[in-house]
Design a protein around this ligand. Structure first.
Ligand code: AMP
Ligand code: MG
Length: 340
């Protein structure tokens, strides 16, 4: 019998590099176990990351059940990241989720959109009710806000995600993956704050980072100071993100909150800039704390909880993965129908 009050939900994240298992009872986090695939060289290799997940999944699930102090049979539903993401990773995690749902006593299976999971967990953690979300990570860069039954994409990258661009710049500097934090550190060391000329590319409400990366790589080959390049790259890329966030604010006069999430939300300079944009437009600012801004299983469980309450359970035949699943394809019946 389904528990509609405070269901116990296990969520599995596995879209790119992080395998995460979260267990929640209602909004209480009982377990948050993770392991991250770190490539020996270069960027994320989808099959290698999937192998890392397959190898670690039994241990991470066991650890999560132990730290939550619950038995698998007590779990009310299994949520998993159905997309978007890397096919081999998604398939590994979907297989684990199907198996668990059967082992737990044929419990409902919930297919969660990874980007929506970031938004839903962010709202619960920061207290934002109906925010404009800037979601910046290794695989995604989007400005998302709810409108008339769906989360709509107000702006997004046309090519590279910001985290990916930072990681690729770092790799070119000989810094191992993930390079974002090291780029931030280098930028802080550039005290003169003199900028290098780099291309600033905003097209309507969307962004492009590939030209910026190409120019930065070219400068690197000419022997530019790494600190100055890191500083300039951040200033230009984050100003682009701030501009499109500002436009989204202008398009949504009824919304009073700005949320920042995704792994790149850990960056202090970006946080400062988005906070400033929110303040200038009298919006409250809701940064998701670093620990829960990156990929994790808890966010999948929280979005799964929303799905559970509207009884959007998957049949096994509907549980195939969706590597290119967009946020605006998923009906959001748990939000009331606001307009811009
Ligand atoms: P996610 O895909 O959401 O787990 O986020 C991972 C991405 O966040 C990677 O591209 C990291 O390089 C990036 N990242 C993590 N910390 C920072 C930071 N302090 N500054 C910039 N990027 C960061
Ligand atoms: Mg993510």
């Amino acid at each position: 019998m389904a528990n509609t009050q405070t269901p116990l939900i296990l969520g599995i994240e596995g879209t790119a590099h992080t395998l995460g298992v979260g267990i929640i009872r209602g909004h209480n986090i009982l377990a948050d176990e993770r392991t991250m695939y770190i490539p020996k060289e270069g960027g994320i290799h989808p099959r290698e990351s999937a192998k890392h997940m397959a190898r670690n999944i039994p241990t991470i699930i066991r650890k999560a059940l132990d730290s939550a102090n619950v038995d698998l049979k007590e779990i009310d539903a299994i949520a998993f990241s159905q997309g978007p993401g890397l096919g081999p990773c998604l398939r590994t995690v979907a297989t684990a989720a199907r198996t668990l749902s059967i082992l737990a006593g044929r419990k409902p299976l919930l297919g969660v959109n990874h980007c929506i999971a970031h938004v839903e967990l962010g709202k619960i953690i920061t207290g934002a009710k109906d925010p404009i979300t800037l979601y910046v990570s290794g695989g995604n860069t989007q400005i998302i806000a709810y409108n008339l039954g769906f989360y709509r994409i107000y702006g997004e990258t046309l090519d590279l995600a910001i985290g990916n661009a930072l990681d690729m710049l770092a790799r070119e500097m000989g810094i191992p993956h993930p390079g974002g934090p090291k780029i931030e550190q280098l930028a802080l060391e550039w005290e003169s704050k003199k900028l290098l000329p780099l291309p600033y590319i905003v097209k309507g409400m969307s962004l492009s980072f590939s030209g910026l990366l190409t120019s930065a790589k070219r400068m690197l080959r000419k022997g530019v100071d790494h600190r100055q390049l890191a500083y300039s790259f951040q200033e230009v890329a984050f100003a682009m993100l701030a501009e499109v966030t500002e436009r989204a604010i202008a398009c949504t006069p009824s919304k009073s909150e700005v949320m920042l999430t995704g792994g790149v939300a850990a960056n202090q300079r970006l946080t400062e800039m988005i906070n400033e944009v929110a303040r200038e437009h009298q919006r409250t600012f809701h940064p998701v704390p670093k620990k829960l801004a990156g990929d994790n299983g808890v966010m999948i469980a929280m979005a799964g909880l929303r799905e559970y309450h509207v009884q959007r359970f998957l049949k096994l035949s509907q549980s195939t993965v969706k590597p290119k699943w967009r946020v605006d394809e998923v009906p959001i019946p748990w939000m009331k129908k606001s307009i811009a």
